[in-house]
Design a protein around this ligand. Structure first.
Ligand code: HPA
Ligand code: ZN
Length: 338
């Protein structure tokens, strides 16, 4: 088994589903709370980790938004982002496409510019120090209104050259993709790529809406698509990339046991599944942990692991030279492990 773990660690990988605020480690949370004079409802790092026990998405989101309150200055966003890039570089991750939730910050009086300038400087420093390339995705909070999303999109206009696309996250049930049809159309007109969380807790109908009404370029999660054979066929035919997050699915009870995680079934069906960490600080593992624990639980072969990594490299927004280089690095690493 350790051989397989070493194999996973050695592969050059990408991460396509990561909320930067979900990489806030408890230690950092305490540090930032102290320097910003924010009081936390926890006495220790252990107490924070013990609180991360969720029955569903909403229970997680409540703590996720509370945890964000320590993020106040540009330096905080820089430090948060740099720490994440350093961690994934140690996981041999070479490229990341990360979400940020501006409304989680502007809602509490932190300026949009403070947030994005800090994240961008963290990404730049991370690339300079570790060679990890990146894209940034502005995610709308779906429990808020479409008008709020339009306002956030307007704030992003001066930064369009540094933003890959828009996403849709937060409480899924009752907030279908169609609620954001107009703002996604506007984002598309502005040249942005389109992403949406769909089928994490929501029904297959929400995945159809993400495809038909929002015209998304990737589906985040997508697990519940498996309940609808016609939808699966369509996702396969359209070569739609799914950004799947095994440890997130376990922690949020989307699956009852990692042994029952559909990642292998997705590959068997021909779906373009990828492996990602979602909110690693809250869900108990970064990128390698997600591959390793999923592989152990469902019994992934080396070939299946390579397919998952390859789906990520092919599903990323890389220039063709870098994509070719990463694919070559992948095949060289696989050959070296034969
Ligand atoms: N689902 C929905 N919203 C989120 C998530 C998630 O997994 N993580 C952060 N915001
Ligand atoms: Zn997510």
């Amino acid at each position: 088994m350790t051989h397989l773990h070493d194999f996973i660690k050695a592969l050059p990988k990408v991460e396509l589903h990561l909320h930067i605020e979900g990489s806030l480690e408890p230690e950092q949370m305490f540090e930032m709370a102290a320097r910003n004079g924010v009081s936390l409802p926890y006495a220790s790092v252990d107490e924070i980790r013990a609180a991360y026990d969720f029955n569903n998405l909403q229970e997680f989101l409540d703590l996720y938004y509370a945890g964000m309150s320590v993020l106040q200055t540009q330096r905080d966003f820089h430090d948060l982002t740099y720490a994440y890039v350093k961690r994934v570089a140690e996981n041999n991750c070479r490229h990341v496409e990360i979400f940020f939730d501006p409304q989680g910050h502007t809602e509490r009086g932190v300026a949009f510019e403070t947030v994005i300038d800090g994240i961008l400087s963290g990404l730049n420093a991370g690339e300079a120090d570790f060679g990890v390339t990146s894209h940034l995705i502005l995610s709308f909070l779906r429990h808020l209104s479409e008008a709020d999303a339009f306002e956030t999109l307007a704030q992003a206009e001066p930064y369009l050259d540094r933003i890959l696309g828009v996403g849709l996250d937060s409480s899924e049930m009752g907030h279908p993709p169609s609620k954001f049809a107009r703002v996604f159309a506007k984002a598309s007109d502005m040249g942005l790529k389109l992403f949406a969380h769909a089928g994490e807790e929501g029904p297959p109908a929400y995945v159809y809406e993400a495809l038909d009404i929002l015209n998304v370029d990737r589906i985040d999660h997508g697990n519940r698509s498996l309940e609808d054979d016609a939808l699966v066929k369509r996702l396969v035919d359209e070569e739609m990339v799914l950004t799947v997050c095994p440890l997130s699915n376990l922690k949020l009870c989307v699956v009852d046991d990692l042994k029952n995680h559909p990642i292998k079934t997705m590959l068997d069906l021909g779906l373009r599944a990828t492996v990602n960490s979602d909110d690693p600080s809250y869900f108990g593992g970064y990128l390698n942990d997600n591959y390793i624990q999923a592989a152990d639980a469902v019994g992934l072969s080396k070939d299946e692991i390579v397919t998952l990594v390859k789906n990520g490299i092919e599903g990323a927004y890389l220039d063709e030279m870098r994509r070719t280089a990463l694919l070559k690095d992948l095949s060289d690493t696989v050959s070296a492990h034969r």
